[in-house]
Design a protein around this ligand. Structure first.
Ligand code: FAD
Length: 410
């Protein structure tokens, strides 16, 4: 590791979600002083799965995050079921995934990977100075040129670089002059989990043992996406349905539903899956939005990251992976010797050039995949339809090479 060639940056990260924590870890490792500001007394994560394809897992590994401690299930295949009978219609084996793309296809419980990122950011072992966490700090105002943030509790912070990772409803985004162009999706989603013991009791243990992401539907709005996580102790489902079905206008992560409401949403579904639904726990509604790409991501000393920059439909399972990539990009750009190459402003310009086209492409493909499973990476190949997003393009991405090309082209 080369030593610093100049003073480290004082970095402020707004938001301690998966994106903000990743940025904190990536920048800490380059010797920068990072402070994370979170509006709540602690950033929570929801009880659902999160698949980290190799383009995300690669960064987690390179940052020394204890991926094993986050109890992933290593995904081996994608399985497509017939909606009404559950009969397997198609399988896509991921057999040589690690050999091809360098890491496993990890499926985490979101809470587990959030916990490991917290350790990597704020605990002493690990490269670079420990980051500082300030909870109950809701950012309410920003001066992008001066690098100042004001918080609801009356405090003010100043930083050389501000990473705004405050999620899909980002206030920072508006504070740097972006008015998001978005609409409520015609799709809505219930998520739920079920424990392995319960599945065994119901005779549904193959849902754990398959080590797969399993789909029902996906051609049209209705789709069930199921996968095991937490060392196979939990199975998590995302159940997409037409928003007009219950026309819920409420928002947030915590709108609960009963098993009966869930099962009644899918009257013609495979009876085995309906049995799972009737025994599911922690059923919550997740409202979906379609955001158009924003005109810019950077202003003065502020950059947007994660869902604040590129909220997307969940149908490529790439939202967090794109946030991990954003954070990886900041770590590569603001490395220990960046001042020999460019200023902070030029570095942020590079960040936008590197990240925006790729994340925008994945965002567009996520929207197409909302109602067409053939657009989902793994099920798709560039040969079927020119221009399609492919698993090779997403999982085989070499960010370092891309960055070098960009720097050479300047
Ligand atoms: C149904 C569904 C399934 C998904 N599945 C996957 C998947 O399998 N794989 C995948 O890669 N991605 C998946 N995603 C996407 C992924 O969840 C998101 O892209 C990711 O969590 C975004 O992280 P973030 O840190 O940018 O935002 P968030 O997780 O929203 O974090 C934002 C943080 O900022 C804080 N905050 C907000 N405003 C302020 C403020 N003013 N001041 C201070 N703090 C503030 C919040 O409290 C929060 O802690 C899925 C999404 C959905 C909806």
């Amino acid at each position: 590791m080369p030593s610093r060639t100049d003073s480290p940056l004082n970095v402020a990260v707004i938001g301690a979600g998966l994106g903000g924590l990743s940025a904190a870890v990536a920048l800490r490792r380059q010797g920068h002083q990072v402070t994370v500001y979170e509006r709540y007394d602690f950033a929570g994560e929801v009880g659902a799965s999160l698949s980290a394809a190799s383009n995300g897992s690669r960064f987690l590994e390179s940052w020394g995050v204890d991926v094993k401690a986050a109890k992933p299930v290593i995904l081996k295949k994608l399985i497509m079921h017939e909606w009404a009978s559950g009969t397997v219609q198609n399988e896509y084996g991921l057999g040589d995934y690690k050999a091809k793309f360098g890491t496993e296809y990890n499926n985490f419980h979101r809470i587990d990977i959030h916990k490991e990122l917290i350790k990597s950011a704020f605990e002493a072992p690990g490269e670079g100075p420990q980051c500082t966490l300030n909870v109950n700090h809701k950012a309410t105002s920003l001066d992008a040129d001066a690098g100042t943030i004001q918080f609801e509790n009356g405090t003010v912070a100043t930083a050389d670089l501000i990473v705004a990772a405050d999620g899909i409803r980002s206030l920072s985004r508006s504070l740097i002059g972006i008015t998001p162009d978005f609409e409520m999706s015609t799709s809505c989603c219930y998520r739920c989990i079920i424990g392995a013991d319960k599945l065994r009791e119901l005779g549904l243990e193959d849902y754990i043992n398959n080590e797969a992401i399993e789909y029902w539907g996906g051609f049209g709005i209705d789709k069930i996406v199921m996968s095991p996580c937490s060392n196979g102790e939990v199975v998590s489902c995302y159940c997409f349905y037409p928003a007009k079905h219950n026309n819920l206008r409420d928002d947030g992560w915590n709108i609960s539903a009963t098993p009966q409401q869930l099962v009644d949403t899918f009257p013609d579904l495979d009876p085995r899956m309906r049995t799972l639904m009737l025994n599911a726990e922690d059923i919550k509604m997740w409202r979906l939005y379609r955001h158009q790409p924003y005109p810019y991501w950077v202003k003065g000393r502020v950059c947007l990251l994660g869902d604040a920059a590129h909220p997307m439909m969940p149908d490529q399972s790439q939202g967090s992976c794109m946030a991990f990539e954003d954070a990886g990009a900041l770590g590569l750009i603001f490395d220990r010797t960046f001042r020999e190459k460019y200023t902070v402003a030029e570095g942020l310009g590079l960040y936008e050039k590197l990240r925006k086209p790729r994340a925008t492409r994945v965002q567009a493909a996520s929207f197409r995949a909302r109602e067409d499973l053939n657009e989902r990476i793994g099920w798709s190949s560039g040969a079927d339809k020119p221009g399609k997003l492919t698993i090779e393009e997403v999982c085989g991405y070499n960010m370092q090479g891309h960055l070098e090309e960009l720097i050479n082209s300047l």
